[in-house]
Ligand binder design. Structure first.
Ligand code: C2O
Ligand code: CU
Ligand code: CU
Length: 497
């Protein structure tokens, strides 16, 4: 099936992208990951170049020419209340030396700032649309009421603004924000609309984890793009209804990035902000690293990993020990599954004292009661390209697919129904909540998924059970986070009352 190896079409080389979430230690065998479908069912259309039904476009190595950009920390507006202003804007950005690329951004020409909020705070965010098309401001992973969640129901017209207010009511986590206009999310994100939202809390601040922003605690927003001959992001030309992928990697909007790190424990907040590409991150030396957080917060304890797969919109926080790498330090890099260089490192200061990682970080638990609840919501993901559906239906803004009671936990079963050609991974996301993974195909989830999640990869023929609870009321989206699938209608709505 397609997750294994695709036809290399002229310039594109074969890339093998593994489909499953990383396992703490060893790798599952490919056969196991991929299922046992017959590969000969690939049809002529696939061979003619519908390559993106899988991640087959090879990603170019980072040459390390540019220092990694660090998103600026967004300052509060002056005044007594906590108010942030976020503007969606258009502009030009020098991604390639000496060339201006037309881009979108928040409070700037490309991507967005990092907004850092503290648990318990009451926050206002003034959102302003300075684009010449409608947009929305969606807070991915944030537990807020449906009417301020920024889904497709809340378009903000050009030159309009809207103020939302909420109390930060969840633990420390790396969240993000991006637009969600109906049918036009993929293009706006592709052009550069995406920003970071950090939640901080006292409990996590006392753990002694690396937490100096831009010094030993770095966000890494990974996005692949296809630039045209003029080095422009031409979404219409690049667009693929099964997920737009490109050969060029941007990390925090930096082309060919390199990062200088101190010789100590360094924390990275990985975010797969791609429209469709899956990444499997590992170190080129094969050295392990530890994972400390999932989408929605800290794991109970650091987990040693040799690699980690993130599908679009998933996050993971990892810590890499740069003090123990001495002899191999020179060419150390974060690489993708196939070895392509994502981010080369330079290790600066060898004399800093290395922090120790805590043994206990959180008290996340899946209760016996949650494990024994019957499945009360079934979600079937199916199809490819324009034909993607959830439970056989396409998104209809006037149809409520599910209802659930505020504060009541229900078990959702997400099933990825294979098609004739095997199928593909769909990253499934629910708005306004952080959920718990109960099982994957009846088995306990891997150790590194025993933490809060808001997006989860579901492989072909896989059944994932999750325990879902909403803190607030309102209408929320659930959808595949391959942005073209979402735009093509692989999305439903739940009303929480
Ligand atoms: Cu990242 Cu519907 O969202
Ligand atoms: Cu979301
Ligand atoms: Cu999908």
């Amino acid at each position: 099936m397609r997750q294994i190896i695709m036809i290399a079409v002229s310039a594109f080389s074969i890339a093998v992208i593994s489909g499953c979430s990383a396992k703490p230690e060893a790798h599952e065998s490919r056969e196991h990951q991929m299922g046992n479908e017959n590969h000969s069912t690939m049809n002529a259309t696939m061979m003619e170049g519908h390559m993106s039904h899988d991640n087959v476009v090879h990603l170019n190595d980072s040459t390390g020419e540019h220092d990694l950009k660090i998103p600026p920390l967004l300052q509060r507006d002056p005044g007594e209340e906590i108010v942030y202003t976020v503007r969606a804007q258009k502009g030009e950005t020098e991604l390639f030396d000496g060339i201006q690329t037309k881009t979108y951004g928040y409070n700037g020409t490309f991507l967005g700032p990092m907004i850092s909020v503290e648990k318990g705070e009451i926050i206002k965010i003034k959102t302003i649309n300075e684009l010449d098309e409608p947009t929305t401001f969606h807070w991915h992973g944030l537990k807020v009421a449906g009417d301020i969640d920024g889904g497709p129901h809340d378009p903000i017209q050009p030159d309009e603004e809207r103020v939302i207010e909420f109390q930060v009511a969840q633990d420390a986590a790396t969240l993000w924000f991006h637009p969600h206009p109906e049918g036009n999310t993929a293009a706006q994100v592709y052009n550069g609309l995406a920003g970071l939202l950090y939640i901080q809390d006292e409990k996590s601040e006392q753990l002694g984890l690396p937490s100096q922003y831009g010094e030993n605690d770095f966000p890494l927003l990974f996005q692949d793009r296809l630039f045209d001959d003029q080095k422009q992001l031409n979404y219409e030309a690049a667009q693929n209804s099964d997920g737009t992928i490109g050969d060029t990697l941007l990390v925090n909007g930096t082309l060919n990035p390199k990062l200088t790190v101190p010789g100590e424990h360094v924390r990275f907040r990985l975010l797969n902000g791609s429209n469709a590409r899956n990444f499997t991150f590992k170190l080129n030396t094969g050295e392990p690293f530890v994972q400390i957080a999932t989408d929605g917060g800290l794991l109970n304890k650091p987990i040693q990993m040799s690699e980690i797969t993130l599908t679009p919109s998933e996050r993971a926080e990892i810590v890499i020990d740069f003090s123990s790498q001495n002899n191999k330090m020179d060419d150390l890099a974060l690489v993708n599954e196939d070895g392509s260089i994502l981010l080369p490192f330079d290790v600066a200061d060898q004399h800093v004292e290395k922090s120790t990682l805590p043994d206990e970080m959180n008290d996340f638990a899946l209760t016996e009661e949650e494990k024994s609840l019957p499945v009360s919501k079934k979600v079937e993901l199916f199809g490819m390209m324009e034909h993607v559906t959830i439970n056989g239906k396409k998104f209809d803004p006037n149809r409520i697919d599910f209802t659930q009671k505020q504060g009541v936990t229900e078990v959702w079963e997400i099933y990825n129904k294979p098609d004739m050609m095997g199928g593909m991974i769909h990253p499934f996301h629910i708005h306004g909540t952080q959920f718990k993974v109960i099982s994957r195909n009846g088995k306990e989830p891997p150790e590194n998924e025993r933490g809060w999640k808001d997006s989860i990869s579901v492989k072909p023929d896989e059944r994932v059970k999750i325990a879902v609870q909403f803190k607030d009321k309102g209408i929320y989206m659930f959808h595949c986070h391959i942005l073209e699938h979402e735009d093509n209608g692989m999305m439903g709505q739940i009303k929480v009352e």
